[in-house]
Ligand binder design. Structure first.
Ligand SMILES: [Zn+2]
Length: 84
């Protein structure tokens, strides 16, 4: 798609880092799938991905964490959870 920031570049699938803050909680999520503009580098995160990010941030914050850096992983509800 065309980039809305620079209006010149085209976006390509890639990964980006996202900084989420809420109250005194800070989360850095690495390797988040996004469409990246090849000219200005603006990233466009899918609504579904953004939603799962906020969900993950909420869970991590609920554990009493103030600062965390995570690698983005798609949460999959597995009918037969494998205990690791
Ligand atoms: Zn751009």
């Amino acid at each position: 798609m065309k980039c809305a920031m620079c209006k010149r570049g085209d976006t390509k699938p890639g990964v980006t880092s996202v900084l989420l803050t809420r109250d005194d909680f800070t989360l850095v999520m690495r390797d988040v799938p996004a469409e990246i503009c090849e000219i200005c580098g603006e990233d466009y995160i899918d609504g579904k991905v953004a939603k799962s990010l906020y969900h993950m941030a909420e869970e991590i914050q609920n554990q009493g964490t103030l600062l965390d850096v995570r690698k983005y992983q798609v949460i999959q509800k597995n009918p037969c959870p494998v205990e690791g």
